[in-house]
Each structure stands twice: as C-alpha cells, then as structure tokens.
Design a protein around this ligand. Structure first.
Ligand SMILES: NC(=O)c1ccc[n+]([C@@H]2O[C@H](COP(=O)([O-])OP(=O)(O)OC[C@H]3O[C@@H](n4cnc5c(N)ncnc54)[C@H](O)[C@@H]3O)[C@@H](O)[C@H]2O)c1
Length: 257
C-alpha cells in the first residue's frame, strides 16, 4: 500500500533539526522524496544518512534569495518537480522594544519573514497544480509576548503572507497554508523549557497541560502536504494544546526574576 505522499517531492527548509526534521522523516516514511535544506549543511547530510529512502541534503540560507532560488532549481533538476515545500527556518532574538537593537530586530525579520517570502516566492515559481506550500508560523502570530516584538511581528506577517499567497496561487492549483505551533520541545526553546518557572507557566496556560513534540506538528504537515487536504488553502492552523485560549507566559519577567 502506498504512503500518503507517495511519489511527491518535498523540499524541507530548516530540515536538519526540530520540527523540520520530524516532518522530513514522516514525509519520507509516507513515500515522499525529500530534500533536506538547511544553513547547517553537515547537519542536513547527517539527517539524510538516517533516512532509508532516497533523499538529498542541500545548504540554503533563507535570507539570501539567490540561495533559495538555486535550491528549488536544483530540486527540480534532480527530481523533475516539487509538490511539497515546508518553510521551517526560524529564530527569536528577544528584548524589550526600548532596548532591542536594530540588528536583532532585522535578523529576526530577515529570517522569519523575508526568508519566508523568498521560500514561498520560489516555490510558487516551480510548483504545479496539486502542490502544497506549508510554513511554520507560531502561537505568537496571534498571541503577543512582551520581549518578542520582532518574532511576533514576523510570525503575524507570515500568517498574512500565507493568506495573500493562497489568493495569488489558487488559480494555479497550488495550496498555501501555515501551522502555528505552541511550545514544542526543540533546541530552539531549550532556553525556555530549562527554566522551571517558565515551563510551569506554559503548562498552566496550556489546557492539555503538556509541551508539544515535533511529531505533533509533523502530523499536521503530512495532512497539509497530502491530498487529504486538497480543498484547504489560506489556513493558519493552531496546534498548541489549546494554549491560544489562555495567555502567553511572561517569559522576560521570569528570566529577570
Ligand atoms: N519550538 C517551538 O516551540 C516553536 C513554536 C512555534 C513556532 N516555531 C517555529 O518552528 C520553526 C522550526 O523551529 P524549531 O523549534 O524546529 O527550531 P530548530 O532550531 O530545532 O530548527 C530550526 C532549523 O532552521 C535552520 N536555520 C536557521 N537559520 C537558517 C537559515 N538562515 N536558512 C536555512 N535554515 C536555517 C537551523 O539550522 C535549524 O536546523 C521556526 O520557524 C520556529 O519559529 C517553533
């Protein structure tokens, strides 16, 4: 029996770690040919070596448009087409607005928002009917967090960029969606989960009372990448154990106490 994405090619940007890696692994298990693309080229190659199915590692820096364009051109020349793109690279440079340096602001916006624009733009240029563009936004696209100005603004921008791209790509039969995770245990958030007061504030503000796993998000990526979601576009899917129903923890206050 074929997998849920049998015969499709998936380009996973930020695929060497965390949510991207869990998604790449699940897409491969479900029959996709996977391109694991990351600024960490060695990490991407190690992940490819862990997979049992045909896969390729590529270095990409999403802040560099030429690098993103080359990634998609190389994927098309190697595999013939690209049907799934997961846009998963992200960072957060926290700081209160009155203290936040321009370079920290710009780095977060460059990676999370402009990088997403480059990824969606060049995916849209090579993809065809029945393809799926997926971005990882965040709970912070809808829930503000003191000290996360750049991250919140970038992720809210990504949610709107997803909707605009869904409008523009719909005629070509390309679907564009995003997933907004709550706190998911990856290297990105170890500085938060390792502080007991921060961890318990997250748990108290999550009705299902646990952190997410990368696999929780990967299963939604599989759904959005597969034909099971063939009438879904312009959607920003909250996957967070219900955390959007409460408030975002005051991480900065915990860190300074
Ligand atoms: N972990 C969470 O709690 C959480 C919550 C909400 C949203 N997110 C979002 O999920 C996405 C994945 O995060 P994660 O938690 O898996 O983090 P992670 O740090 O485990 O993985 C991020 C990957 O992106 C790569 N990367 C960084 N800069 C890059 C660049 N310029 N070009 C290409 N690749 C680059 C890194 O090398 C790394 O492999 C991010 O967009 C993040 O903002 C994470």
């Amino acid at each position: 029996m074929g997998g849920q994405v049998e015969g499709k090619t998936a380009v996973v940007i930020g695929g060497a770690s965390g949510i991207g890696w869990a998604s790449a692994r699940l897409l491969a298990q479900e029959g996709a040919r996977v391109v694991i693309a990351d600024i960490d080229a060695a990490g991407a190659q190690l992940r490819v070596d862990e997979l049992a199915t045909p896969a390729t590692a590529r270095r990409v820096d999403v802040t560099d448009e030429g690098s993103v364009q080359s990634l998609f051109e190389a994927a098309v020349s190697e595999f013939g087409s690209v049907e799934i793109m997961l846009n998963c690279a992200g960072i957060n440079r926290p700081g209160y607005i009155t203290e936040l340096g321009a370079s920290d602001w710009k780095q977060t916006l460059d990676l999370c928002l402009t990088g997403s624009f480059f990824a969606i733009k060049h995916a849209g240029r090579v993809m065809g009917r029945g393809s799926s563009v997926i971005s990882i936004a965040s709970l912070n696209a809808r829930q503000p967090a003191a000290g996360f100005a750049g991250y919140c603004a970038a992720k809210a921008g990504l949610a709107m960029l997803t909707e605009v791209a869904a409008l523009e790509f719909g005629e070509s039969g390309i679907r564009v969606n995003a997933i907004s995770p709550g706190l998911v245990e990856t290297p990105l958030v170890t500085p938060l989960t390792s502080v007991p007061a921060i961890q318990s504030d997250f748990t108290d503000n999550t009705p299902l009372r646990r952190n997410g796993t990368p696999e929780d998000i990967a299963r939604a990526v599989l759904y959005l990448g597969s034909d099971a979601s063939s009438w879904t576009t312009g959607e920003v899917l909250d996957i967070n154990g219900g955390a959007h129903l409460r408030r975002y923890p005051d991480v900065m206050a915990h860190l300074s106490s």
